[in-house]
Design a protein around this ligand. Structure first.
Ligand SMILES: Nc1ncnc2c1ncn2[C@@H]1O[C@H](COP(=O)(O)OP(=O)(O)OP(=O)(O)O)[C@@H](O)[C@H]1O
Ligand SMILES: [Mg+2]
Length: 377
């Protein structure tokens, strides 16, 4: 396996996460971090190889904007996991890319197909068929391994909670995992605290209190030093380290954003860290859709988000509402109107109260808003 030279290894964290998973008491962890903070990279490039060298089988499935239904994604990941090689290689190999037809490893009752049945994954829409849920359970049973539990990495799992149509799949998955407490462990990731809360903190949800929640720790100056060193090797030029440390902070310690910045300097030697930072900020805003999200808000929603981004809390207080009124050129809105604005912002994934206070869900978006956002005019 050829490693990406820019990848900064997180061995200690991988060890820690694997230890927590293996020891329990929880059978699962839920790992939160904002968009582009390095969840997937950690799962595939750090945690998976680490677990594999210790004899665990690792299976990865991502529910993020998948063109296929979650059931199809899971069936595909489980069937493919039976192929040889490590996870990182399987992910890299083009053969791993989702093909519409999947050969099943067992015959499925009721489908009229014999062993080696082939199903068209793109047709698995809507309510999951009961026979395929049974096949899913059978597959999970076959990969389960007592003593060296198999590790399921389920990425962007909040997508499962978004759609009621997934309820029976989520319930089936919970039952399948419960049956194999000794042989299966899971890491769920999400980039929405509210979405993860809907999966794991809602009393009605099948996965209520199933996973120990952890935040993916932000990368530190070790990561910046690594990037500075790889740059020197690649470009035979030096980067201003202090400038890079400062830029990393300004980019909310987001590794993807820092790598974009370095690419800019790599391809255009005229750039300084400062000028590249300006460029990258615009690119990030566009790529993550900040301007569209911002312009889609009503003035009250926008001012509410702006006040939260500026650090105000207690949105129902007289002060907060008075400031909103002043910004909108009118009277202070009622607490009920502020509440409605917050609920809408929450549904859009822009704010959440998962940590006990209302705040911007994505610090990058918060920073962009606090820096002025973009006027609708
Ligand atoms: N440990 C690392 N070393 C070097 N670069 C990293 C590291 N972690 C993340 N990155 C960079 O950040 C990018 C985004 O990481 P990743 O896709 O893992 O984030 P994510 O949290 O899964 O984001 P999303 O919410 O968009 O799925 C990577 O493509 C890579 O460029
Ligand atoms: Mg990801």
């Amino acid at each position: 396996m050829t490693r990406d030279p820019w990848h900064f290894r997180r061995d200690q964290l991988a060890e820690q996460v694997l230890g927590t998973l293996a020891r329990g008491p929880a059978q699962a962890l839920s790992l939160f971090a904002p968009r582009r903070a390095g969840k997937t990279e950690f799962l595939i490039q750090d945690l998976a190889p680490h677990a594999e060298t210790r004899g665990h089988r690792v299976i990865y499935a991502s529910f993020w904007q998948a063109p296929l239904s979650p059931l199809a994604v899971l069936l595909h990941a489980l069937e493919k996991s039976r192929e040889s090689g490590g996870l990182a290689d399987r992910v890299r190999a083009s053969a791993w890319k989702v093909a519409p037809k999947l050969k099943l490893s067992a015959s499925i009752p009721g489908t009229g197909t014999g062993a080696e049945a082939e199903i068209d994954l793109t047709r698995l829409k809507g309510e999951p068929p009961a026979n395929l849920l049974l096949h899913l359970d059978d597959l999970l049973g076959r990969v389960s391994k007592t003593g060296k539990p198999t590790i399921l990495l389920l990425d962007e799992v909040q997508e499962l909670a978004r759609n009621r149509g997934n309820a029976s799949l989520v319930a089936a998955l919970r039952t399948s995992l419960d049956k194999r407490q000794e042989g299966l462990r899971a890491v769920f990731t999400g980039s929405s605290r509210a979405g993860l809360a809907a999966m794991f903190s809602d009393r009605e949800a099948p996965f209520f209190h199933f996973a120990t929640p952890i935040d993916l720790p932000a990368l530190g100056t070790g990561f910046v030093d690594h990037v500075v060193a790889v740059f020197r090797k690649t470009a035979k030029r030096r980067l201003d380290r202090a400038g890079m440390v400062d830029a990393f902070d300004r980019l909310h310690r987001n590794p993807y954003f820092l790598r974009l910045l370095v690419q800019r300097i790599l391809y255009d030697p005229e750039h300084t860290v400062g000028s590249a930072l300006e460029d990258v900020r615009e690119r990030i805003a566009t790529e993550l859709g900040y301007p569209e999200a911002w312009l889609g808000l009503t003035p009250l929603q926008r001012e509410t988000a702006r006040a939260l981004a500026a650090g105000a809390s207690r949105p129902f207080s007289q002060d907060f509402r008075g400031a909103l009124g002043a910004a909108l050129g009118g009277d202070a809105p009622s607490a009920a109107r502020v509440q409605a604005a917050l609920r809408r912002l929450e549904r859009l994934g822009i704010v959440d109260a998962a940590r006990g206070v209302w705040e911007l869900a994505d610090p990058g978006f918060g920073g962009w808003i606090a820096a002025g956002g973009e006027d609708p005019e």
